[in-house]
Ligand binder design. Structure first.
Ligand SMILES: [Zn+2]
Length: 133
C-alpha cells in the first residue's frame, strides 16, 4: 500500500466523474468504496501521482492486480491494458446490453483479464444503467 493524500484522492475521484475508469460503474451505486489504482503498479516502478492513478472499482482493481497487460486472444501478441490516462474509453470499448465489448487489442486484453463480462457484473451493469440512464 502507498499513501495517497486526501487532495490527490479527491482529484482522481472528481476527474473520473466518480466512475470506475475501467468498467464505468458509478461509485454512487456501489456498496463498496472505489480504490486508488496504480495504472503502472508500484512493483513496476509506477508512481503515486495523478498521472499514474485511476479510480477503480474493487473488482477491476482486484482482477488487474499488478499486471500491465496480457496476450491478445485474437493475435497472440503481448498487449498492454487500456490506459485511462492516455486513451479514450469509447475508442476501446462499446457497451451493448450490459456487456462491454472490446474494439481494439488493448480493449480485448482488458475485458478478458478484468473480467468485465462476468454474468453478475453484466447484471449489475444493466441494473445501474436503468437508474443512471
Ligand atoms: Zn470497474
Amino acid at each position: 500500500m502507498s499513501y495517497v493524500s486526501g487532495a490527490l484522492k479527491r482529484l482522481v475521484t472528481e476527474r473520473a466523474d466518480e466512475r470506475c475508469e475501467y468498467c464505468r460503474q458509478p461509485q454512487g451505486l456501489s456498496l463498496f468504496s472505489f480504490e486508488m489504482e496504480h495504472i503502472i503498479a508500484r512493483k513496476h516502478d509506477g508512481s503515486t501521482t495523478a498521472e499514474n492513478l485511476a479510480l477503480a472499482c474493487p473488482q477491476c482493481n482486484g482482477y488487474k492486480g499488478s499486471d500491465l497487460g496480457s496476450i491478445d486472444p485474437e493475435t497472440g501478441v503481448l498487449t498492454p491494458f487500456y490506459h485511462p490516462r492516455l486513451q479514450m474509453w469509447s475508442e476501446h470499448f462499446q457497451l451493448a446490453q450490459g456487456e462491454i465489448l472490446p474494439l481494439t487489442a488493448e480493449g480485448r486484453v482488458t475485458v478478458k483479464i478484468l473480467r468485465f463480462n462476468l454474468p453478475e457484473r453484466v447484471e449489475e451493469r444493466l441494473f445501474w444503467a436503468e437508474i443512471d440512464g
